[in-house]
Ligand binder design. Structure first.
Ligand SMILES: [Cu+2]
Ligand SMILES: [Zn+2]
Length: 262
């Protein structure tokens, strides 16, 4: 009788001990052990499961750290593309530089050009990075899709059509352009081509002159420079190829881990 609390632990004892007096408590005693059986059976399972979880937790941690490394390598591979053009050619004393930064699908241009006649000046990417005959040998506007000349916000435009830059009365032009057509990557990259600054305003193809739809009637070429990369070359190439390899290996290992876990 006194053993009842102890008897609760095993159904047999409670049933052995169970007289008429326990008829009332026997349901609870019956449920008790059965509950305790369940509760003892179930905690045991998680305990077993828990004893198994450390390896799983370890693989989870491994997978997470692999994913983190992969993410880091991807970020490293997609490091921001940057380029620069330095204006020294043209013989008009026009100097300056403009940087190009790839920001997703657009490119940001930032820089300063000095000694420009006040007012608007056509500002284009020309197709060739060839300065053997000064700005003349840079060819025409970069136009890989064979379109007519236009303004930077027109659908009909050369890839190289960046409109005008404005020189202030003291002869300094601050360049701040964001363009969605030019790119520092891919088959129509502007890297290695030239930027040309013209003597006159680009009419954006709307001036009605013979050359409006070809050059924007922007006059002579007063300054130019070649668009060169600012990215660390071999390092970024090595990093991107290494990260590609790491990416493939990680994918394979993740898939095989998943396979062996299931
Ligand atoms: Cu031009
Ligand atoms: Zn053009």
């Amino acid at each position: 009788m006194v053993r009842l609390p102890l008897a609760g632990g095993t159904g047999i004892r409670s049933r052995v001990a169970g007289g008429s007096r326990f008829s009332e408590s026997s349901p609870s005693a019956a449920t008790g052990p059965s509950l305790s059986l369940r509760s003892s059976a179930r905690p045991n399972e998680p305990r077993r499961a828990r004893s198994r979880t450390p390896p799983r937790a370890q693989t989870n941690i491994k997978m997470r750290s692999i994913a983190a490394i992969l993410a880091f390598m991807c970020v490293a591979a997609n490091a921001q593309q940057k380029a620069i053009v330095v204006f020294t050619t043209g013989g008009n004393g026009v100097v300056g530089n403009v940087t190009f930064t790839q920001e997703g699908g657009s490119v940001r241009l930032e820089g300063t050009v000095e000694n420009l006649k006040p007012g608007e000046h056509g500002f284009h990417i020309h197709e060739k990075g060839d300065l053997t005959s000064g700005c003349t040998s840079t060819g025409g506007h970069y136009n890989p899709y064979s379109k007519n000349h236009g303004g930077p916000h027109d659908k009909e435009r050369h890839v190289g059509d960046l409109g005008n830059i404005v020189s202030e009365p003291e002869g300094v032009a601050h360049v701040a352009i964001v363009d969605k057509v030019i790119s520092l990557v891919g088959p129509t990259s502007i890297l290695g081509r030239a930027v040309v600054i013209h003597s006159d305003r680009d009419d954006l193809g709307k001036g009605g002159f013979d050359d409006s739809l070809k050059t924007g009637h922007a006059g002579t070429r007063v300054a130019c420079g070649i668009i060169g990369t600012l990215n660390p070359g071999t390092q970024s190439l090595a990093a991107s190829s290494a990260s590609a390899n790491v990416g493939y290996l990680t994918l394979i290992s993740l898939v095989s881990l998943r396979f062996f876990q299931s």
